[in-house]
Design a protein around this ligand. Structure first.
Ligand SMILES: Cc1cc2nc3c(=O)[nH]c(=O)nc-3n(C[C@H](O)[C@H](O)[C@H](O)COP(=O)(O)OP(=O)(O)OC[C@H]3O[C@@H](n4cnc5c(N)ncnc54)[C@H](O)[C@@H]3O)c2cc1C
Length: 396
């Protein structure tokens, strides 16, 4: 029998899975989940895909929750604004102060905002259901859409907007779309798929100014090109939501550094971090601890973090086994299914092993230690052997 209170900051997938895992570890004290959005945890990937295309409500996107957390207290619609980790309290924007015995940091990331002059109206990021609803309003046939950033989110939005009859321009400094996770050849293959659908890329360029009085009507690129726009979506990277932890002596330079059990390094109290903001080791891919913004990681880190915190709060030693979760990512663009396992982005050699980068294909990503990642396009059901080879890395 335990007592006391655990506060989970962030009502997303990572916070949800950590709370469920904490219960699974036998913790029966009070759990409060604080979220700045007004919703219980919901699924974000559809926000750039089917939910953006229309017809999916945020209620339909809500995750199923285990009965074991039916008794948690939800504090939604008010963010945590500060914390005192020595006194073991967090303070919400509404002024309430919540004491805790254990803390789960699950506040995720937000899109990076670049300081570009011009009007604000008509410019969107895409992280929340509210963002998607705002962008959706503009996506009518003939709409002129400018997307800044050619990563996965930018490219998915491009595909969805084209599907709704919009004219789409993508502006990005990169040489090819999705070049970091996919590499140049496959990125070029994806670009050609988009171009075949009518998307225009402005690669090697950025936006220097947004045009318009009150509402954006266009974007001027760094080479002087002017693109007319009814709406702009900015998708140029992310920033971890850790400001509320400032003043506690933690290293907040890139999310939160944790150990294999997701315990926050140098924390003065029982404290774990999960999901997109946790910078964690992974024994499958030695090297520096990394943040991984893939949908399966909040679940993997949440499970581990709940078990760790449950053990600490019941006076036991948490498990020290290395963390070996397999990063996995998928993306839907037009009818194409992109699936990745491992960490293609750390490779120094890329080999097409089957098919053609302009058609269904499988690509291996290698470094000096061997296979570090695989990507399949429209061959997703054939990746199991590659995934198995990647898992063998845990055995050395
Ligand atoms: C548009 C989009 C498409 C995506 N598509 C894919 C995909 O196709 N495949 C894939 O693998 N992954 C995809 N992802 C990534 C995936 O959704 C994330 O990895 C996952 O949502 C991360 O979960 P999380 O719990 O760490 O963070 P989040 O889901 O972001 O949850 C964090 C929550 O904490 C809240 N919060 C922040 N600060 C505070 C505070 N101070 N106080 C209280 N609450 C706070 C946030 O508002 C948010 O509600 C996509 C993400 C987006 C945005």
């Amino acid at each position: 029998m335990t007592s006391g209170q655990v506060v989970v900051v962030g009502a997303g997938l990572g916070g949800l899975r950590a709370a469920e895992s904490l219960r699974g570890a036998g913790y029966d004290g009070h759990i409060v989940i604080v979220g700045d959005e007004p919703h219980r945890p919901y699924n974000r990937p559809p926000l750039s895909k089917e939910a953006l295309a229309g017809g999916v409500s945020v209620e339909q996107l809500e995750f199923r929750r285990k009965a074991s957390i039916d008794d948690v207290e939800w504090r939604l619609g008010s963010p945590v604004v500060s914390s005192d980790l020595t006194a073991q309290t967090v303070t919400l924007a509404d002024g309430s102060v919540l004491p805790f015995d254990g803390l789960v940091v699950a506040s995720g990331i937000r899109p990076r905002a670049l300081p570009i002059p011009g009007p604000e109206k008509g410019r969107y990021f895409l992280r929340t259901a509210q963002d998607a609803a705002g962008v959706r309003e503009y996506l009518v046939p003939g709409a002129r859409v400018v997307i800044m950033g050619a990563g996965f989110i930018g490219c998915e939005v491009a595909a969805t907007a084209v599907g709704l009859g919009a004219t789409v321009h993508v502006v990005a400094l990169d040489e090819e779309p999705m070049i970091r996770p996919l590499g140049r050849e496959l990125g070029a293959g994806m670009r050609r798929r988009h171009e075949a659908k009518g998307v225009t890329f402005h690669l090697g360029h950025t936006i220097s100014e947004f045009l318009g009085e009150d509402h954006v009507v266009g974007a001027r690129l760094d080479d002087g090109t002017v693109l007319n726009a009814d709406v702009v979506i900015e998708a140029v990277g992310s920033v971890a939501n850790t400001e509320w932890l400032e003043g506690n002596g933690l290293d907040l330079s890139d999310g939160l550094l944790v150990d294999d059990g997701m315990r926050v390094i140098d924390a003065p109290c029982p404290m774990v971090a999960v999901g997109d903001l946790a910078r964690h080791p992974n024994a499958l891919f030695p090297g520096p601890a990394r943040r991984i913004e893939h949908w399966n990681m909040p679940t993997e880190t949440g499970k581990r973090a709940g078990a760790t915190l449950g053990a600490i709060l019941s006076g036991q030693e948490p498990a020290t086994a290395p963390f070996t979760a397999m990063p996995s990512f998928w993306s839907d663009q037009y009818k194409h299914k992109v699936q990745s396992f491992g960490m293609p982005g750390i490779a120094n050699r890329i080999t097409l092993v089957d098919g053609d980068v302009d058609g269904p294909c499988i690509v291996e990503y290698l470094d000096d230690t061997g296979l570090v990642g695989v990507v399949g396009i429209d061959r997703t059901s054939e990746l199991a052997p590659y995934r198995a080879r990647l898992l063998e890395r845990a055995r050395g």
